[in-house]
Design a protein around this ligand. Structure first.
Ligand code: ATP
Ligand code: MG
Ligand code: FE
Length: 346
């Protein structure tokens, strides 16, 4: 089954074709970073309009690279939520129309399920990575620990009370004067920072539980930055101290979640999953526990069409179908998704 995947939940237009027999055939991404940089953050209406401009040309490019015609497609998957309503509607409208005109099924994919399944785009992970496992989703809008009992069968174990991990990276970067979007830049600086010169708290690790809170950390960084000499090296050292606090906190809660769910496999996905120190720490943690950890390749940690094509292909194969109406769910609880096993048995 050859599935076209379309991602337009925020400020990235992503398109891919996943073939259930031959794997990922092609993927293209257009980032709107330059468009929003001027405003220091994503402007929803500008995002929608740019998806309108870029989506159809990207579909053409992706099909050309796959060596396919539109009529070779067997299904279309698109991000139906969560995300910006206008941006989602562009993807849903185009995806639904393409499917309708071709007479093939369409399916609306949960963006975070896309992130969660992205490690499975690697053929070797498909052999080794099987539920049950614990997933750490760390992105611009989410920080969640999820017990994955099966594909589509998700239990939320922990969530953030305020900022998401990626949001904390972006906001911390901004308050030290780094340009938008600062998260990856801050991580880059942290690589050259001195470990231990700045020590920030590990929020909510001194009590039991799997909840997160990152907004206080931002304030600590602001105080440290304002009271410092503000040299380039100090900026790197503060970045390092901040990153270590986030990485430590995430690692501690992953351990707790693995214990609570009695699992020895961890999946890490979402933009912050591209962070080198986080990857190294969790790799070390899982080897100490004699378990395994799986990450998407860095390019598939952040938003992309491939993860949507893949998640959609699994759901279409299991028989899930979307009606002809064009609907999106800007807010959408992952635990409400139908488990794949239930779809197959119906
Ligand atoms: P969501 O998926 O929750 O809707 P999103 O789609 O905006 O949010 P992603 O595209 O998954 O989020 O990830 C973007 C986030 O990842 C940004 O906040 C960015 O700062 C962060 N990020 C990307 N690379 C790194 C890195 N190397 N280290 C830390 N953070 C990173
Ligand atoms: Mg983005
Ligand atoms: Fe995302």
């Amino acid at each position: 089954m050859r599935v076209l995947g379309i991602e337009t939940s925020c400020d990235e237009t992503g398109v891919a074709v996943f073939d259930t027999e031959n794997g990922l055939l092609a993927h293209h991404l257009f980032s709107q970073i330059d468009l929003h940089a001027l405003y220091g953050g994503v402007v929803p209406e500008l995002a929608s309009r740019d998806h309108v401009r870029k989506l159809v040309p990207l579909i053409r490019d992706t099909l050309a690279e796959s060596g396919l015609e539109l009529t070779d497609l067997d299904g279309v998957a698109y991000t139906a939520g969560p995300g910006l309503v206008g941006a989602l509607l562009v993807g849903a409208g185009v995806a639904r129309s393409v499917a309708w005109s071709l007479g093939v099924p369409a399916v609306g994919v949960h963006h975070m399920e896309g992130h969660l399944l992205a490690p499975l785009l690697e053929p070797e992970a498909q052999e080794r990575l099987k539920p049950p496992f614990v997933a750490l989703l760390v992105s611009g809008g989410h920080t969640q620990l999820i017990h994955v009992r099966g594909i589509g069968d998700y239990e939320l174990l922990g969530d953030t009370l305020d900022d998401a991990a990626g949001e904390a990276f972006d906001k911390t970067a901004k308050l030290m004067g780094l340009p938008y979007p600062g998260g990856p830049l801050l991580a880059q600086l942290a690589l050259e920072g001195t470990a231990g010169r700045f020590k920030f708290t590990r929020p909510m690790t001194d009590r039991p539980g799997l909840q997160f809170s990152f907004s206080g950390l931002k304030t600590q960084v602001l105080m440290a930055w304002q009271q410092s000499d503000q040299t380039a090296q100090t900026q790197r050292d503060i970045a390092r101290g901040f990153e270590e606090a986030v990485v430590d906190t995430l690692a501690m809660k992953c351990e707790r979640a693995l214990d609570a769910a009695d699992c020895d496999t961890l999946v890490v996905a979402g933009g912050v999953g591209a962070n080198r120190n986080l990857r190294a720490r969790l790799q070390q943690l899982m080897s100490e526990r004699d378990g395994q950890v799986h990450f998407p390749r860095p390019a598939f940690c952040t938003d992309n069409g491939a993860m949507i094509a893949y998640a959609g292909a699994l759901r279409l194969l299991a028989g899930q179908r979307q009606g002809p109406e064009i609907t999106v769910q800007p807010r959408w609880d992952m635990a409400s998704l139908p488990p794949l096993s239930k779809l197959t048995s119906e």
